[in-house]
Design a protein around this ligand. Structure first.
Ligand SMILES: [Zn+2]
Length: 415
């Protein structure tokens, strides 16, 4: 049977019926519904000559052995956030399965390179606030020390939740053995943003995932009575922070894909009758280019000093978290562009703001690329998340093209 993208859509609807309630998808990792989704997935493997197992971090691997042990890996995640959408992650897994079926069929169950499908465990981190759980264990970037004691809303520890799924918290690093023979990794995903829809195009090549600089910026002024303190002598910490909140917009806008966000501001003492003596703001800056990220950080820091001085305050910065940008593989980016051209004509190239499992895979040095499909309204992590059926079909076809080209590319590397 040739590639059948309509079957992918049917299967996604089936999964939706099985794991969605009135509020959306409920396939939260390490829960009964997540396991149910995986068991359902297993029933779709009938007739394929594949080996399947779970690795030490709970990632699920389906392997179609090829003539060469070099492996092309296709993957995404079946887990969802609570009240999630029907396509986030599951589209990538089900499209990968359809492509695996097509390849198996074409080569009589023995393709020239090994094809592996991975369903990453707990991409969302919804329950224990640790995203990319399974792929970071695979990549060896996960330190379990900080996560062992994490608890969910009901006080269940990560260790207990994993044990219920036969995953031992101390052994998750053993998932690294799955990197053996990996020659390339491909992942498709809904965009989860508005760029493709605004451009009127179905598909984009993803150039990489943006790096993140996340800081706490604290302005110190002087708490004072709101009635008795003349305007001219105030040292208002919120005034300084407010200037920074506006300044980060031009700082970001000087670069085409950069974003800067002040998402939280706390004032102290935070009462109606006092000038703000201390103001804590969070700053999140993202770009695909390390140099741009460093420049934006420096510009924000310098601006904060200036605004602090103007308002008679002082400012302190402390890093909350940061991650390097992860640019994808140039040769695979070219193959992805070519696949999109063949299937859909024009496409875009854009960096991903959200992190994805593909970033963890790429960090290990495995050549990686991602492709996005348009999200209606740019909405995700919500039950109204949607993509047109015709676009879903197009991305399954484009992934199939890309897989075919990547198999050729891997074979050429071997020569
Ligand atoms: Zn996702």
């Amino acid at each position: 049977m040739p590639l059948n993208p309509k079957r992918t859509i049917q299967e996604l609807r089936e999964l939706r019926m099985l794991t969605e309630d009135a509020n959306g998808a409920q396939r939260v990792a390490w829960t009964d519904l997540w396991i149910k989704a995986q068991d359902w997935f297993d029933t779709k493997l009938g007739g394929l000559p594949v080996e399947k197992h779970r690795d030490a971090a709970g990632n699920k691997w389906i392997t179609l052995a090829g003539t060469s042990e070099k492996a092309l890996i296709l993957g995404s995640h079946l887990d969802s956030v609570p009240n999630g959408g029907w396509l986030d992650g599951s589209l990538g897994v089900m499209a990968s399965l359809e492509v695996m079926r097509r390849i198996s069929e074409e080569f009589g169950g023995k393709p020239p390179v090994t094809i592996r499908l991975v369903d990453w465990a707990d991409e969302e981190g919804a329950r224990f606030c640790r995203s990319l759980f399974g792929s970071s264990a695979f990549a060896g970037t996960h330190s379990i020390a900080a996560d062992r004691v994490r608890t969910d809303r009901d006080g269940i520890t990560l260790e207990q939740a994993l044990a219920r799924c036969d995953v031992a918290v101390d052994k998750i690093g053993d998932a690294a053995v799955e990197r053996r023979n990996a020659a390339a990794y491909l992942e498709i995903h809904i965009e989860q943003g508005p760029v493709l829809e605004n451009a009127g195009l179905p598909l984009a090549t993803v150039l990489g995932t943006k790096g993140v600089e996340r800081h706490l910026v604290t302005f110190y002024g002087q708490e004072a009575h709101s009635g008795s303190t003349p305007m001219a002598v105030r040292r208002d910490a919120l005034a300084a922070a407010s200037k920074l909140a506006l300044e980060i917009r031009p700082i970001a806008q000087r670069h085409p894909d950069a974003v800067c966000t002040i998402g939280s501001v706390k004032t102290f003492p935070g009462i109606v009758t006092a000038v703000v003596g201390r103001c804590e703001a969070t700053l999140d800056q993202r770009d695909l280019d390390t140099g741009v990220l460093a420049q934006m950080f420096e510009e924000a820091r310098v601006a904060s000093e200036r605004f602090a001085a103007e308002e008679g305050c002082r400012v302190e910065w402390s890093r909350i978290w940061s991650i390097e940008p992860v640019p994808f593989h140039p040769a695979l980016i070219d193959l992805c562009n070519a696949s999109i051209r063949e299937v859909a004509g024009d496409g875009l190239q854009l960096p991903s703001g959200p992190l994805h499992d593909a970033a963890e895979v790429c960090r290990t040095g495995i050549p990686t690329v991602m492709m996005f499909v348009q999200s209606l309204g740019g909405i995700s992590h919500n039950k109204i998340e949607n993509t047109k059926d015709e676009h879903l079909e197009i991305i399954v076809r484009a992934l199939d093209k890309l897989a075919g080209k990547t198999i050729e590319w891997i074979l050429n590397q071997e020569k």
